[in-house]
Design a protein. Structure first.
Length: 406
């Protein structure tokens, strides 16, 4: 069977087609076909012809499979008529069977060529009694066809797509629509018919086409029976309940499984973490101690100003920039120690924002001039002479300066 795209998930994967043949003696015989959808392919699950009792088919269909009925035989009238847009059931039955009461008949209309249609009529009591039998056997009848016109829906599966002659029904087709129909004796010598890759008894083909319409619905007809519409809605709601029930149940068990897995996982993790917490208690204490030491050292460095950006080269350059040739620098300390470390003490104190400069100058006047230049620099707050000494008037004087930065 060719691949088919199905959109209606609620329809399920199985559908049964059943042809009800009304015999001249007033009895019935049934021809049956069960289709099963496998992804996008329809397969014939089973088929059977010439069944006398519908209860025999219950084993084949089960109670949750929709049934599409095609009714043929005695008591049905088919006629091709001219139709207009505003035709009603009264006007249609008048064109087929004048003087008949529309309340006594079910009427099916299948469009043919332009402004023409095949109208089929059957007495309501015949179908109502038949539907009651199916209901008593707990079948879900979800669709019904009068006559064989739905065979046009499977024309592409047959060898001859323009003419169909199956089980006493001869149909002529044009562009997929039935243009002519003749009911004749079953002269088809072929007992079996090939439908695509499937082989089926010829008498079960109409039942196959009915089930095929459940999934494909490529034949348009105007025909509605209230009892069938009710059955269709009941089947739909049952499917919703079944699917919803299984979905909720599946989600419930999935949630339980997920909860169990998560509980087991996190319970194991909790036990591992508890063990690790005991094992790492000493490490945590050591970390806290290190944090305290780090904080203390950061505070010390902040107090010393050592965390500020380094400008050592800048200070050295600025001090030597205007240095006269008669002055020679011997030492330059940036942030010098305020005092020597006392024995047994570890604390070191630095003079922040302070420069200590030592050197020699040939003339004190030149030293004073240089100090004025230093004091004029915008980054220097003040310059103090800590010491100046000259042992001999002919020897350079020694000086110690303290420069305070802003």
């Amino acid at each position: 069977m060719p691949g088919i795209d199905f959109q209606q998930f609620l329809k399920g994967n199985e559908a049964a087609g059943m042809e009800v043949e009304l015999l001249p003696n007033g009895s019935h015989q049934f021809h049956f076909c069960l289709l099963k959808r496998n992804k996008e392919v329809l397969d014939i699950e089973s088929s059977r012809a010439f069944v006398k009792d519908i209860s025999e088919l219950k084993v084949k269909t089960g109670s949750n499979v929709p049934v599409c009925i095609a009714i043929n035989g005695k008591g049905i009238i088919h006629k091709k008529i001219e139709v207009v847009e505003n035709d009603t059931e009264d006007t249609l039955i008048g064109k087929v069977l004048p003087n008949a009461r529309v309340s006594d008949f079910y009427i099916q209309k299948v469009n043919s060529t332009e402004n023409q249609a095949f109208v089929s009529i059957i007495r309501k009591n015949v179908i109502d009694e038949l539907l009651q039998k199916f209901k008593d056997e707990e079948y879900f009848v979800t669709d019904m066809f009068i006559g064989p016109f739905h065979l046009s829906g499977i024309a592409n599966l047959l060898d001859n797509t323009a003419n169909i002659n199956i089980a006493g029904h001869a149909l002529s087709l044009e562009h997929g629509m039935v243009t002519d129909y003749i009911a004749e004796e079953n002269t088809n010598s072929e007992k079996n018919i090939r439908l695509g890759k499937e082989i089926i008894e010829s008498k079960a083909v109409i039942a196959f086409a009915a089930a095929f319409q459940y999934f494909v619905a490529n034949v348009s007809k105007e025909f509605s029976i209230p009892a069938v519409e009710i059955e269709k809605e009941e089947f739909k709601h049952q499917r919703i309940f079944q699917i919803g029930g299984w979905t909720v149940l599946s989600l419930f068990f999935a949630a339980l499984l997920i909860n169990f897995v998560l509980f087991d996982h996190y319970n194991s993790k909790a036990q591992e973490l508890q063990i690790q917490s005991f094992q790492n208690k000493d490490q945590l204490l050591a970390i806290e101690k290190l944090r305290a030491e780090l904080k203390q050292k950061q505070e010390f460095l902040n107090q010393m100003g050592l965390l500020e950006p380094s400008r050592t080269s800048y200070y050295a350059d600025q001090i030597s920039l205007d240095l006269p040739e008669t002055i020679q620098l011997i030492q330059l300390f940036i942030h010098p120690m305020e005092k020597k470390i006392a024995q047994g003490k570890k604390e070191i104190v630095f003079a922040t924002k302070t420069l200590s400069v030592s050197g020699v100058a040939k003339k004190s006047t030149q030293l004073n001039d240089w100090l004025k230049v230093l004091k004029s620099k915008d980054w220097i707050k003040g310059v103090s002479i800590i010491n100046y000494s000259q042992d001999d008037r002919y020897e350079p004087g020694k000086f110690d300066l303290e420069i305070t930065m802003k």
